[in-house]
Design a protein around this ligand. Structure first.
Ligand code: PEP
Ligand code: MG
Length: 948
């Protein structure tokens, strides 16, 4: 018979059943169950409990009913819990009450269901009144059970219970729940039971066992509730894990003023500071603190209120943090001054906090540097480089009277958007209207998560730093302010008000999650400086140390044995400087044509294009040469000592000309108005543009084809590169130029062009009487080049994968159009697992890359290989580049820090494994997704620029 249930003292049995790995233990009994079992083993005061496994949940989902043996095992375990607790379930003389709480492998805060106070009936309630002498507590607990049971198990809407309570309080003239007396709560029990009867047609069950059975089933069902599914989609938690169910002896924080309940993080989850951050409420139960409905007291205040319990709590939590070697998120209850721990789990945190905690713990020797590096995700680094509000702009806004309110700075970062007052509308406006949205609520509940995820920022007027809104926002890196209590939100009128100032739904606001300030209107933002984020700098330094370890990659002779280097795509010296300050070890792509677009150069470029003779072209190019030389000089200077790959002109020439339509319009207007001055030139240009027209320019006269068709341009470029390199060398700068020929499709192209260019390189070095190392290489962005890489490597000293074009040409999808039409459907329908312009398609494009590297290195073992398409900053693509033997990845300067971390992660992941094994193709089925986003890649931006 399958064992579906484990008792509080059966941690060893769970370890035996799962093979002992803690991750698998969590898989079977859930994170909460594992924490409770482990705490019990360590002697921490945990109320007696038992846990129903995730396997039981999965069996239930399959069969639609409890698997055979489960209920009998629950009853047997309950007997043991009764023994340990010294109470009996359903016994009016000494009733045991239990909670029934969900707990999946990965915490999904508030996304599934919980029922407290199970076991209370008319009979046991009366018994408990006698026993405790505290009828207020008993009837408060009983009405909570009826309410939770009604909403969670029976699916009655919250309002059905909220309304009679509100009505009653108004009738009695009460403002707060604490004013309710024993008789008031007793009256509410009656009223709530009527609600159940009215909605369901039957009474609230007076059989405690029925309560337990139905509650267990409700928790199983909540695994497939909408909010749990939404959350899993957003966090990539697999659907087939199931939730465990923890049945835990109730201890009561609502037994009077010597009782209380609270939640705490062992370090600050927002900043990472080494200070316990928590909140508690006296005379309150479980969910009150987390829901943020009542504003709680900071945990420090407990020290004076209940010193003994406080000291014990601090002692236990310090031990828990040491034991788990990570920041813990704990829940506790104090019943008549006795402390009970109800939960410990690894706490959710912001990106900033994740980095600080990892670095602090490694510096303290609690974890290794490798572990610290592994604990931070590339996405978190990305968040830390997200824009912040300009200091000056904030000051200006304050001066102008735009500061609207202030609250708790729950999740850092800046967000600007239109305010919407409910989750559905926030999601709708973000998704359908593509608006930037700030979700504003008095407080949030798990049902609101979809709106939060869609929003740029979140603002609540109630709740504290551990409220639901704060915890969820931190996890998703959404800037968030909670408890801005001066702001009165009127959900009926759809406005929020502070004094005389009103913000209507749909108005723009700016939310500063770092300071807690809310402003009216839009405040400008700027990129934060990496240098000022010292912990992140330290972590990235450790990442680089890991990546640069020799032999971290097992590889054939000549191939890289260190991890990937990270280079950057930079066209201008200022980009190169930023790239270097962000840790780039080289420039992997300088798109030289961008320099042609500068206003003073474009007319020269156009003159060059329009000239009919080689001499005319050369004359214009001679004018361009000093500009290009200056550009390259700046790049070499910024990258002193590091390689700089300069790509020769790539796009079709018509991109440098005005559009045919615009010219035609101008010419016609001039003709109609009878303007003659300049008309002849315009007409000439129009004819030239017409002559350049290609139906398929991306597959036309561009790249190396253009160089062969019109070699004067690239000859000028190579001269400019080598003159700049020579001048820099003469100034003491160490240069490593690498000239890159784009869009090669056949080795014959290289055979034609490369010697002519190399002759210029040698000539310049002779003229300038200097020598420096240099390389000539090519981009691999046409499938034919990948397939014939062995021959191409006879000439090319390096390959750089232009994966934007390589993806376009391998799939036959236009990089300019696919992302705005069928690709969205393809990803939604699961035809493609991911957008291939964002993440390398390993099975197709990726295989071509691997073949090209293998074949290329069979000709030239020391062949340098990189990638410079947009994929170079994508962690999944970075992993592929490591596996197939790239020397480096090159991405935009802003993504360099993310790529450095991703490179270290993959180096650690595959450390000691041969490339062959790691690269073995896996026929993975794409996941069919319910919802997905196809993000636009930067290639779109580039296209937009090109089309301008
Ligand atoms: C590429 O094709 O991946 C590439 C880097 O070149 P471009 O985007 O300039 O075509
Ligand atoms: Mg390209």
């Amino acid at each position: 018979m399958t064992k579906w249930v484990y008792l509080y003292n059966e941690v060893k049995e769970v370890e035996k059943a799962t093979g002992g790995d803690w991750d698998d233990v969590k898989g079977l009994v859930g994170g909460k169950g594992a924490g409770l079992l482990d705490m019990t083993r360590a002697g921490v005061p945990v109320p007696p409990f038992f846990t129903v496994t995730t396997q039981a949940c999965n069996a239930y989902q399959k069969a639609g009913k409890f698997p055979p043996g489960l209920w009998a095992q629950e009853l047997a375990a309950l007997k043991q819990v009764e023994k340990k607790a010294g109470k009996k379930f359903g016994d009016p003389n000494n009733p045991l009450l239990v909670s029934c709480r969900s707990g999946a492998k990965f915490s999904m805060p508030g996304m599934m269901d919980t029922v407290l106070n199970i076991g209370l009936t008319d009979e046991t309630a009366a018994g408990l009144v006698k026993l405790s002498g505290n009828p207020r507590f008993v009837y408060d607990s009983y009405r909570r059970l009826v309410e939770m049971f009604g909403t969670v198990v029976l699916g009655i809407p919250d309002e059905a219970f909220e309304e009679p309570l509100q009505e009653y309080k108004t009738r009695k003239g009460y403002k707060l729940d604490v004013e309710m007396k024993a008789d008031d709560w007793k009256e509410m029990v009656r009223a709530f039971r009527e609600v159940v009867k009215k909605h369901q047609g039957f009474d609230f069950p007076q059989d405690p066992y029925k309560q337990l059975e139905l509650a267990t089933e409700a928790v199983f069902k909540s695994w497939n509730g909408k909010r749990a599914i939404d959350y899993r989609r957003a966090t990539n938690i697999p659907d087939d894990l199931g939730t465990a169910v923890n049945i835990v002896t109730m201890v009561f924080g609502n037994m009077g003023d010597d009782s209380g309940t609270g939640v705490a993080f062992t370090r600050n989850p927002s900043t990472g500071d080494r200070k316990m951050m928590g909140e508690y409420l006296l005379n309150a139960q479980g969910e009150d603190v987390v829901a943020g409905i009542r504003n709680a007291d900071p945990i420090e205040n407990l020290k004076t209120k209940m010193p003994e319990a406080y000291n014990q709590f601090m002692d236990i939590t310090a031990k828990l943090e040491k034991h788990y070697k990570d920041m813990q998120d704990v829940e506790f209850t104090i019943e008549h001054r006795k402390l009970w721990m109800l939960q410990t789990r690894v706490g959710k945190r912001t990106a900033k906090s994740a980095v600080k905690i990892a670095v602090d713990m490694a510096n303290d020797g609690l974890i290794t540097k490798e572990e610290a590096v592994k604990r931070v995700t590339p996405d978190q680094v990305d968040t830390m480089l997200h824009p912040q509000f300009d200091d000056q702009a904030k000051k200006n806004a304050e001066k102008a009277g735009s500061l609207f309110g202030k609250g708790v700075n729950a999740s850092p970062g800046a967000a600007v958007g239109q305010a919407y007052f409910d989750a559905d509308l926030a999601e709708k406006m973000a998704k359908e209207q593509k608006q930037d949205v700030i979700m504003v609520r008095p407080f949030t509940k798990p049902d609101d998560v979809h709106g939060m995820i869609a929003a740029k920022g979140v603002l609540t007027s109630e709740g504290g730093a551990t409220s639901h809104a704060a915890v969820v926002a931190r996890q998703f890196g959404i800037p968030c302010i909670v408890g801005a209590s001066a702001i009165k939100i009127d959900l009926e009128k759809r406005v929020m008000v502070v004094g005389e100032t009103k913000v209507k739904e749909g108005d723009w606001i700016s939310v500063d999650g770092t300071t807690g300030n809310v402003y009216i209107g839009k405040i400008p933002m700027s990129a934060p400086s990496l240098e000022e984020q010292t912990e992140l700098m330290t972590l990235l330094k450790w990442a680089d140390e890991i990546s640069s370890r020799p032999n971290i990659r097992v590889a054939p002779k000549g191939w890289p044995t260190r991890g990937l280097q990270v280079w950057a795509n930079a066209d201008y010296p200022k980009d190169a400087q930023r790239a270097r300050s962000y840790g780039a070890m080289g420039i992997g792509l300088c798109r030289t044509e961008h320099m042609f677009f500068e206003p003073e150069r474009l007319p020269i470029v156009q003159r060059m294009i329009l000239s009919e003779t080689s001499e005319g072209r050369t004359k214009a190019l001679n004018e361009l040469l000093p500009y290009q030389r200056k550009d390259f000089d700046g790049l070499f200077d910024a990258m002193n000592g590091l390689p700089v790959i300069i790509r020769l002109i790539d796009p079709p020439l018509h991109e440098f000309m005005p559009s045919e339509e615009a010219l035609l319009e101008e010419v016609i207007t001039m003709r109609v108005k009878g303007e003659t001055a300049g008309l002849a030139e315009k007409e000439k240009m129009l004819n030239a543009v017409k002559g350049m027209h290609e139906s398929n320019p991306m597959m036309g006269l561009r790249g190396v084809r253009l160089s062969i068709y019109m070699p004067e341009i690239v000859e000028m470029q190579v001269r400019a590169i080598f003159e700049a390199a020579a001048d820099c060398t003469n100034r003491g700068i160490v240069v490593k130029p690498e000239v890159m020929i784009p869009l090669t499709g056949t080795v014959k192209e290289l055979e034609w062009i490369q010697p002519r260019l190399e002759r210029i390189a040698s000539a310049v070095m002779a003229e300038k009487k200097v020598k420096f190392p240099y390389k000539f290489g090519t981009m691999i962005e046409i499938p034919r080049a990948a397939v014939t890489a062995a021959e191409i490597a006879e000439h090319a000293q390096f390959f750089s994968f232009g994966t934007n074009d390589l993806t376009q040409m391998t799939f036959g999808y236009s990089r300019d159009d696919a992302e705005r039409n069928f690709l969205v459907t393809y990803v939604e329908q699961g035809i493609l697992a991911k957008n291939p312009f964002q993440t390398i398609d390993r099975d197709g494009v990726g295989r071509l890359m691997k073949m090209a590297i293998d074949d290329g290195r069979s000709t030239r073992p020391e062949l340098e290989v990189g990638i410079c398409g947009e994929h170079g900053g994508d962690p999944d693509s970075i992993e592929w580049c490591h596996i197939i033997g790239n020397n480096y990845v090159s991405c935009s300067p802003f993504r360099v820090p993310i790529a450095r971390l991703a490179a270290a992660h993959v180096a650690l992941k595959y450390s000691g494994k041969t490339a062959k094994k790691a690269a073995a193709p896996k026929a993975k089925k794409p996941v069919v997704k319910a919802k997905s986003k196809v993000k636009k890649t930067a290639s779109k931006a580039k296209t937009a620029k090109r089309k301008k």
